[in-house]
Ligand binder design. Structure first.
Ligand code: FAD
Length: 383
């Protein structure tokens, strides 16, 4: 977001051994420790961080054998260093005909941060390909393997996001090697807006390259790909998660409000940023029919309980906040492309961002009684 103050100490770790050594030292000391990958989902207060920031700059992708399997046919197992840029990994996968993360194209940030909020977009989530991470536990200094189930991944959350302290040193993923003659095909499309953009039905497979290009162009149209020429991309992505409310409470909300009932064992549905709500409701039914790894979604169902997911974008718009809205004198504004991103229009302070976010929260709560929760990690800031 290009806001925030200075770190008292900043140290970059460029190899796995260096990362482990630096992190062990830092956790054994008295300073507070902050892990930083790309910094795309972190908003630090204007006072900065009074402690040690470890910048994870490790690189490397290797193919490995063995271990437990998620069960996809023709599996390719990868061990990826935490500092690898996420989108570079997606590009590599698409080039190598490895399916499973193509719809996660264009998400900024590092591979090591991806499990923290179980990144997701356009019908795919990290949880469907994540096998395990190598995790340096801040409490013990030991590096241990944590399986995806142990990380308790849910909708934009995990144990790491909920407070487990430590470092994701490396990430193990399982993708599917496409053997198709001709174009290598994607996983079945599970998102109405993406299917529409490709002029196919939900559930269709298209070529990995075409899917990646379409996702990147959809994301760019929403300011969701980092672009120096697009002020709407100076953001932390979606600022609020889609709230999950009880079924009972959902009955009290306006009948025309889009909503997605959560069913245990059903894969997560990522609600859209903008207007295509009706298609998504259709997608829920189709997703329910899709063959998914049920085990993977149990943690989510358990962490949220049965409930109803609402669209944060719809709630914001219908509380009267327009695209481009800014508080008087503030450098922060709602994106001009959709209401879910808060952007830095130049010279914004972290306080400007937090004040606008609090204002949005207040409007939505006053109108609908729903508290929106921030998606980015706030350091030294509270809403
Ligand atoms: C324009 C834009 C679009 C976005 N679109 C999406 C989207 O579609 N879907 C989505 O899910 N997210 C999206 N995001 C959010 C962001 O890209 C992801 O959350 C990403 O995983 C953050 O990676 P990062 O390396 O920048 O994380 P950082 O901001 O550096 O860190 C995020 C959190 O993870 C912790 N962390 C970082 N590295 C490690 C590590 N190795 N071990 C342990 N903890 C670590 C940090 O301490 C912090 O708490 C978007 C952001 C932007 C700016």
């Amino acid at each position: 977001m290009r806001v925030g103050g200075l770190a008292q100490h900043l140290v970059a770790a460029r190899s796995e051994d260096e990362l482990v050594a630096i992190a062990r030292d830092a956790y054994a000391g008295d300073d507070d420790v902050l892990l930083l990958g790309g910094g795309s989902n972190t908003i630090v207060s204007d006072d900065g961080f009074d402690g040690t920031v470890i910048q994870v700059a490790t690189r490397g992708v290797e193919r490995i054998e063995g271990g437990e399997r998620i069960g996809r046919p023709d599996a390719v197992r990868l061990r990826v260093q935490a500092g690898e840029p996420w989108d570079g990994l997606v590009a590599l996968a698409v080039r190598n005909r490895w399916a499973g993360i193509e719809a996660l194209s264009g998400i900024p940030g590092s591979v090591g941060a991806a499990p923290v909020q179980n990144i997701g977009a356009y019908g795919q989530e990290l949880s469907s390909v994540l096998v395990a991470v190598d995790f340096l536990d801040a409490a013990t200094g030991d590096v241990r393997r944590m399986t995806a189930a142990e990380l308790e991944l849910g909708y934009r959350t995990s144990l790491l996001k909920r407070g487990l302290q430590g470092v994701v040193v490396a990430v193990e993923l399982e993708l599917a090697q496409r053997q198709d003659v001709g174009a290598a095909l994607s996983e079945p499309i599970a998102y109405g807006q993406l299917a529409n953009a490709l002029a196919v039905d939900v559930g269709t497979k298209v070529s990995l390259g075409e899917l990646r290009r379409t996702v990147l162009s959809l994301r760019a149209s929403k300011g969701m790909v980092l672009d120096p020429d697009d002020p709407d991309s100076v953001s932390a992505g979606s600022f609020f998660t889609n709230p999950i409310v009880s079924t009972q409470f959902a009955h009290t909300l306006p009948a025309d409000m889009p909503r997605w009932p959560l069913v245990p064992d059903e894969p997560d549905l990522v609600a859209p940023l903008d207007a295509a709500f009706a298609e998504e409701s259709v997608a829920v039914g189709l997703l329910a029919e899709a063959a998914v790894d049920r085990e993977r979604h149990r943690a989510q169902a358990e962490s949220t309980g049965p409930g109803v997911k609402l669209s944060a974008a719809w709630l914001i718009e219908h509380s009267g906040i327009r695209r481009g809205f800014a508080l008087p004198g503030s450098g922060a504004a709602i994106s001009s492309k959709h209401t879910l991103a808060i952007t830095n229009r130049g010279g914004a302070s972290a306080l400007d961002v937090a004040q606008l976010a609090s204002y949005v929260q207040g409007r939505v709560q006053a109108e609908f009684g729903v508290l929106l929760r921030p998606e980015p990690v706030l350091v030294g800031l509270e809403l």
